[in-house]
Design a protein around this ligand. Sequence first.
Ligand SMILES: O=P(O)(O)OP(=O)(O)OP(=O)(O)OC[C@H]1O[C@@H](n2cnc3c(O)ncnc32)[C@H](O)[C@@H]1O
Ligand SMILES: [Mg+2]
Length: 196
Amino acid sequence: MQKLVLATSNKGKLAELRPLLADAGYDLVTQGELGVADAVEDGRSFVENAIIKARHACVATGLPALADDSGLVVRALGGAPGVLSARYAGAQGDSAANIARLLGALEGVPEAEREAHFYCVLVLLRHADDPEPLIAEGRWHGRILAGRRGAGGFGYDPVFLDTASGLSAAEFEPATKNRVSHRGQAIARLRELLGA
Ligand SMILES: O=P(O)(O)OP(=O)(O)OP(=O)(O)OC[C@H]1O[C@@H](n2cnc3c(O)ncnc32)[C@H](O)[C@@H]1O
Ligand SMILES: [Mg+2]
């Protein structure tokens, strides 16, 4: 079976990507398991950052690599935190601080104006010079809650309301989140592109 490096250090993403990629015909290994350090994400768009991360892992390992770049896009904040979602409050990956900053920025903003979406782009590079990377995206539309709800998921999930179900993303069962989320949609598209 062909090995595929997952070019991410985010445990929440890994937990969601693994079952989504099951049966896609790859033997999955994380970049951490192969000793690959995080790439510098200095792109201005999600897709640029996903390419940077996938290429970094490809170059370091000589294996095909899949990267996920994702984030939260809040309309009332002009699209912030966007590509800076992981370090919105400063430190990389401090979800509690990121949520606190987000709720502060939206203080006093009425419910109807708290629209947001999660965005995910997946890039699969079959080798470092792959001129035709596979690129798949997904969006999950909802609203930012006034406070945290639920204990599941990761990142901004406790403050993201799925308006269709009335549940916060952190109140979804993992398999249900994977069916409707930005990442779930991107994987479904990627699997179409792979013919898997
Ligand atoms: O770059 P890698 O190593 O993949 O891990 P990361 O956490 O830095 O990931 P990103 O650069 O793509 O930043 C995306 C951030 O957006 C948030 N995010 C993405 N998908 C999410 C989801 O499904 N639920 C909640 N928050 C999410 C989360 O805070 C992530 O840290
Ligand atoms: Mg990152």
